[in-house]
Design a protein around this ligand. Structure first.
Ligand SMILES: Cc1ncc(COP(=O)(O)O)c(C=O)c1O
Length: 409
């Protein structure tokens, strides 16, 4: 039958799925697959967590849409209060939207309004979304921009330390010198509204930003009244074993972008900022029809109940360690693999060759019933982003599938 769907979506698998539960999805022909793509690091509470499902069902009977400019429904403030508790100190006021790109774009609109400055600095390997502005802020792969010029101006790209460099400390110094040079040569501090960074590059290849690098960026922002924006769309809500990944570096952002794991897959995103920064966003200068959708708020509150429950982050850390240890052991004497790295359940195996990544990924899918995705500018990274509720046995199953693939390709 001819498809009526657009061909613009690339496909990682051709699986036709009908349902999901925990770390597993079921296909139309009854197959069971271990889902280590997790909706691209979205289904952190697992597929269809009963607490989240019940909250969505309950809310659907009360209100599906109560437009935020017309009404204030009764979950808007409770969610903001909960986010204020969970987010880094100083992040107190919240704006809601529906996707990651919308929220990183909102962060830039806020930064421009709050500072009255025009420019933004991003870091090489970044992925902030696919709208025209966020595409201009995205440097992880040329393909995201190809054919879309012109993209908005005012975006400047600073270096990000190379995770494969033999001397990591020297790499951080070099990248910070590059940032200083950018401020001296292309976008003066007085012209720079914000620096936005993913604490762990996502699409760019699951590369943790070294702590000293993040601290150096935060210091430069503070020195020049530039807003320090953390894009925690992918790293937030426990993915790295901390509620938010900036905690690893001990820095406090001025603005925080959240999406993906926030609502277990219901389209929802949030922007947090210091109260004094949010107060400088002129009323009516930004908005959207669906932001703060009541079902989204219910899904977010229920997801947060699960993620903030005692022991949840311990599982993320323990399963992350199990995965990194297993991958390290399996690849120790395999010259095709350059590096195993990760923080929490944001784990990468970096290969020398993208063709090998693809062969391993396809073998895992076809023989191990394990769904994985790649990442990185050159497609040389196999990334591991299971639901955060993944258990020890499921990690073992995934490692077995990978071991088998490494033997076979
Ligand atoms: C760090 C980061 N920011 C922004 C986005 C864009 O989010 P969305 O695809 O929901 O627009 C992504 C998506 O992968 C992301 O990983």
């Amino acid at each position: 039958m001819a498809s009526h769907l657009s061909d613009v979506w690339f496909s990682v698998t051709d699986l036709q799925v009908v349902s999901g539960k925990g770390s597993w999805v079921t296909t139309a022909d009854g197959g069971e697959y271990l889902d280590f793509a997790a909706g691209i690091a979205v289904n952190s509470t697992g597929h269809c967590h009963p607490h989240v499902v019940a909250a969505i069902q309950r809310q659907a009977e009360r209100f599906i849409h109560a437009q935020v400019n017309v009404y204030r429904h009764d979950l808007l403030e409770p969610l903001a209060a909960r986010l204020a508790e969970l987010t880094p100190d100083g992040i107190e006021r919240f704006f809601y939207a529906n996707s990651g790109a919308e929220i990183t774009e909102a962060a830039i609109k806020l930064a421009k309004q709050a500072t009255k400055r025009p420019n933004v600095i991003v870091f090489s390997g970044s992925f902030h979304g696919r709208t025209h502005l966020t595409m201009a802020m995205t440097t992880s792969k040329a393909g995201y921009r190809a054919g879309h010029a012109p993209v908005p101006s005012g975006i400047f790209v600073a270096p990000f330390p190379d995770p494969l460099a033999p001397d990591q400390d020297a790499g951080v110094d070099h990248a910070l010198r590059g940032l200083d040079h950018l401020l001296a040569s292309q976008t003066a501090p007085a012209e720079t509204a914000a620096m936005i960074i993913e604490p762990v590059l996502g699409e760019g290849g699951y590369v943790p930003a070294p702590e000293r690098f993040i601290q150096g960026i935060a210091e430069r922002c503070a020195a020049h009244n530039i807003l320090f924006v953390a894009d925690e769309v992918q790293t937030g809500f426990g993915r790295t074993g901390e509620m938010f990944a900036v905690a690893h570096a001990g820095v406090e952002p001025d603005v925080l972008c959240m999406a993906k794991g926030i609502a277990s897959g219901f389209p929802f995103s949030a922007l947090g900022a210091r109260a004094e920064v949010m107060a400088r966003w002129p009323k009516g200068s930004h908005g959207g029809t669906y932001g703060g959708n009541p079902i989204g708020c219910a899904a977010a509150l229920a997801s947060i109940d699960v993620i903030a429950a005692p022991g949840f982050l311990d599982n993320v850390r323990a399963r992350g360690q199990q995965l990194v240890a297993g991958l390290t052991k399996l690849t120790a004497s395999d010259s095709r693999v350059h590096q195993v790295r990760g923080v929490g359940l944001m784990v990468a195996t970096e290969f020398a060759d993208a063709a090998v990544v693809e062969a391993v990924r396809v073998h895992c899918l076809e023989h191990g019933k394990l769904v994985l995705m790649n990442a990185g500018t050159y497609g040389t990274v196999l990334r591991w982003m299971p639901p955060l509720v993944v258990d020890e046995h499921e990690i073992s199953l995934a490692l077995d599938a990978f071991a088998d693939a490494l033997q076979s390709v």
